[in-house]
Write a protein that binds this ligand. Structure first.
Ligand code: NOJ
Length: 567
């Protein structure tokens, strides 16, 4: 009986501690008297480290390069940087094949360089988020080398090994998302191992508690070194059906790699994923850290699952559905924004990243691209939620894919050419100035610098009040200081307008209106002021000749109007 009481007491203390940890997270960084976790008011910025800034002129960016640009980032209005993987790696998938989770690849520097970057970032109140590749390791990771060495290796069950169906036949029909069978035969032990991505990226077996323990410890190790969270890579691929049932084929034909169009029914989005996310979140809560998810979902109902019940999984699952509205359509954006605004957690907006064609090309019409880049900035930086800027978006960088197969660096581009050109185009070096190699490196950059560096670069745009960069700076400055933009509710207005997307952000009687002309013609749009209890609007930021006239706003082609409303 005594023992039972002692256990009850221990459990009570533990539950108090976890409640306190959760409370500490939600009550930090309050800016307006209410509690807001720091990541809700922060602007995030994704850095692809190979391409950001090269301090030692070997043609590849590095951590010292990032440190040298912190003032630029601070001045832009960035509060947190997410660095794509910078851990030791054979670089088959440019860092998404990690061979040691607790170190820095010599190409990017040393742990001392990381510590320097972390302390310099801290001085400027910039949080560091690392990219945690949870689904797989490199085939050169010591765990995998041991695992493949023998069927009785202590690490054998850390990966997914199976017998083939017969000679030369993989265990089932699963295809890798990067082309070919998802199984690779290894003659050392005469079995196949499973890889959702490249064969050099064997999947970890998350059903093994030892894997879970080791991976959770990796996050603790980095939290203790000062990181403020992780972007979790490819979370939906963590688990596979233990019975290895064949995937159904979606429709006839072959994809860019010559594989059938498979539905990943038995090897993605298994419910067990959520147990792991809850566990990772518990650890994150101990450190006031944030978890961002690479969450490709079919709809917002699926996105909601990643927030978890009572918000106990990811704080910031990215809404990629937003990136799939690939045309300037007010109706489609309205629909998607409303859906994610009604989601069960705090929205996260991205318009580009290192895997998708840049927004400059997805939305640009070839004539008004800079204006459209400003329009898109005004959109994702004024919505209710946390925005993540992809490096170079703020200067209007263009996707520049290779034109010849022999120049392609991304293996999927070499394999899938010409249908799949790979992701080099959106990973080109950051354009800092108009000097040789755009000021990125004095060596030969690992990917060619696009010719647009002459017109689109940080140095020149900083001097031009009408540049895309200056527009980003202005919107971000406004976002950081305007309570309606930070915490206000979202309300669509003038919803039947086919050309202009307009909405209000309302916070304790204060309101901001945003009107975006998504067409190439001048437009006049009703601001619905009276209907919403407001009298007039005063311009906070507008492009070109866009201005308010009474109840209406007149917008130039692709024009932006952001105004403050008075009662
Ligand atoms: C998603 C990452 O964003 C992508 O770049 C990578 O190739 C795959 N996951 C595999 O890690």
């Amino acid at each position: 009986m005594k023992k039972t009481l002692r256990w009850v007491a221990v459990l009570w203390v533990l539950s108090c501690l976890s409640w306190l940890a959760a409370f500490a997270q939600t009550s930090s960084h309050a800016a307006d008297g209410e509690s807001h976790p720091w990541w809700q008011h922060a602007v995030f910025y994704e850095i692809y480290p190979r391409s950001f800034a090269d301090s030692n002129n070997d043609g590849v960016g590095d951590l010292k390069g990032i440190a040298s640009k912190l003032d630029y980032l601070k001045d832009l209005g960035v509060d947190a940087i997410w660095i794509s993987p910078c851990f030791p790696s054979p670089q088959v998938d440019f860092g998404y094949d990690v061979s040691d989770y607790e170190n820095i690849d010599p190409m990017y520097g040393t742990l001392a360089d990381f510590d320097f970057l972390a302390s310099e970032a801290k001085k400027r109140d910039i949080h560091i988020i690392l990219d945690f590749v949870v689904n797989h390791t490199s085939d050169q990771h010591k765990w995998f080398l041991d695992s493949k060495s023998s069927r009785i290796s202590p690490y054998r069950d850390w990966y997914i090994w199976r017998d083939g169906k017969g000679p030369g036949q993989p265990p089932n029909n699963w295809v890798s998302t990067f082309g070919g069978s998802a199984w690779k035969f290894d003659s050392t032990t005469d079995q196949y191992y499973y890889h959702f991505f490249y064969p050099e990226q064997p999947d970890l077996n998350w059903r093994n508690p030892a894997v879970k323990g080791a991976m959770f410890d990796v996050t603790r190790w980095w939290y203790k070194r000062g990181v403020s969270g992780f972007r979790l890579d490819a979370v939906d691929t963590l688990f596979e059906d233990p019975n290895l049932q064949d995937n159904p084929i979606n429709h006839p034909g072959k994809n860019a790699f010559g594989d059938p169009f498979e539905q990943n029914k038995y090897n993605t989005k298994l419910p067990e994923v959520h147990d792991i996310l809850r566990g990772l979140r518990q650890v994150a809560n101990e450190y006031d850290a944030v978890l961002i998810g690479e969450t490709w979902t079919a709809d917002v109902a699926e996105l909601n699952q990643y927030y978890g019940k009572g918000n106990n999984e990811l704080q910031l699952p990215m809404d990629f559905l937003f990136t799939m509205v690939n045309k300037l359509s007010p109706a489609e954006f309205r629909k998607q924004i409303a859906a994610v605004d009604a989601a069960s957690g705090w929205p996260t907006f991205v318009i580009s990243n290192h895997d998708i064609v840049r927004s400059y090309d997805r939305y640009g019409d070839g004539k008004h691209n800079d204006q459209i880049a400003k329009l898109m900035a005004a959109l994702y930086l004024t919505l209710r939620g946390t925005p993540i800027i992809y490096y170079g978006e703020e200067i209007g960088m263009k996707t520049t894919p290779p034109t010849r197969q022999e120049d392609v660096k991304d293996p999927i581009g070499r394999k899938g050419w010409p249908k799949e050109k790979g992701r080099d185009g959106e990973r080109t070096p950051m354009q800092w100035d108009s000097s040789e190699n755009a000021g990125f490196s004095q060596g030969t950059p690992w990917l060619p610098v696009p010719p647009t560096y002459k017109t689109h670069n940080v140095a020149d745009e900083s001097k031009d009040p009408d540049s895309v960069l200056e527009f980003y700076r202005k919107v971000l400055n406004m976002r950081h200081t305007n309570e309606a933009l930070l915490d206000g509710s979202y309300k669509a207005i003038n919803e039947s307008d086919a050309n202009v997307l307009s909405y209000l952000r309302v916070y304790r009687g204060q309101a901001v209106v945003v009107s975006l002309n998504m067409s190439g013609m001048p437009q006049t749009a009703d601001l619905d002021l009276k209907a919403n209890g407001f009298k007039s609007a005063r311009s906070l930021l507008a492009t070109g000749k866009s201005e308010v006239r009474g109840e209406e706003v007149s917008l130039e082609p692709y024009g932006v109007f952001i105004g403050e409303l008075t009662k």
